[in-house]
Design a protein. Structure first.
Length: 274
């Protein structure tokens, strides 16, 4: 199986003093469905940004498709063949859709990526139409992205990435702010993309979707190190691990696939929340 990413002793600090990742060693292979889980501030988003070569490791080595990923290489004015190849293979869906959307219409937004690849106009139109049909966005094609609902904007963001047909999808908190219907749509889409052979790496602290969208889970502790790297089922069944990573609290537990909270007020009342 082809190695997609290989991280060796990778650390990252912002402004040389705010540590975000510490001595990370990871290998990710083609076709895997991986969730990166951890409390807010544990380093999940930073890892995704490094995997997408949007920021670079402060120390350690990062390889993608067997090639070193460095700032010098990606910003080189000449011989940037690998950087161009990389951008066709890896797509990133940001947590906040507004960071990603800038075109005047949904159609133009989805067509932008293929245009940047230098594809013929006919191929750009074909890809754009196919993705619009696949994600049922026909009624939005002429709308301005900033006029859409949060769930609709998220769909357009995903469509704009799928139109370049990447092998690897990186998603940062993709279910954040979505209504239940759109969350279900997204979960089923990721399952379908996995069946199609895509490598899907998702950063999330939504424990309810972990086993639905991944077979492998990497758990980050609040000390910015990897606490566990195992099957998603094993991770989700390790109550002590989830508790120590601040992903659940001591009164949370699972009923089947549903996470429940039990709050114990001092007056002795017992409330059950789902």
């Amino acid at each position: 199986m082809q190695t997609i990413f290989d991280l060796q002793n990778v650390s990252h600090s912002y402004l040389d003093k705010f540590e975000a990742l510490k001595n990370i060693n990871l290998t990710m292979t083609a076709g895997e469905q991986i969730t990166i889980i951890g409390a807010n501030g544990s380093g999940k988003s930073t890892l995704l940004l490094i995997l997408d070569a949007l920021i670079y490791a402060t120390s350690g080595e990062v390889y993608a498709f067997g090639n070193p990923v460095t700032e010098e290489r990606f910003n080189a004015l000449e011989d940037n063949e690998f950087a161009r190849y990389f951008r066709t293979k890896v797509g990133f869906v940001f947590q906040n859709p507004d960071v990603q959307l800038f075109s005047s219409t949904v159609f133009d937004e989805i067509a932008f990526g293929p245009l940047q690849l230098g594809l013929p106009r006919e191929e750009v139109i074909k890809r754009t139409e196919e993705v619009i049909t696949m994600l049922a966005l026909s009624n939005l094609r002429d709308r301005a992205p900033h006029t859409l609902s949060g769930g609709e904007r998220k769909k357009v963001c995903i469509a704009s990435i799928l139109s370049i047909n990447p092998d690897v999808l990186l998603l940062d908190e993709p279910t954040g702010g979505l209504d239940p219907r759109t969350q279900l749509w997204l979960t089923e889409l990721l399952q379908d993309l996995a069946k199609a052979g895509k490598t899907i790496i998702t950063a999330t602290h939504d424990m309810n979707i972990v086993e639905q969208i991944s077979t492998r889970s990497i758990v980050f502790g609040e000390d910015h190190t990897i606490r566990a790297d195992s099957s998603s089922t094993e991770v989700m069944n390790d109550h002590e691990l989830l508790l120590s990573a601040n992903l659940i609290h001591e009164h949370m537990h699972w009923h089947g696939e549903l996470l429940h909270e039990h709050l114990h007020p001092s007056e002795g009342e017992h409330h059950h929340e789902q």
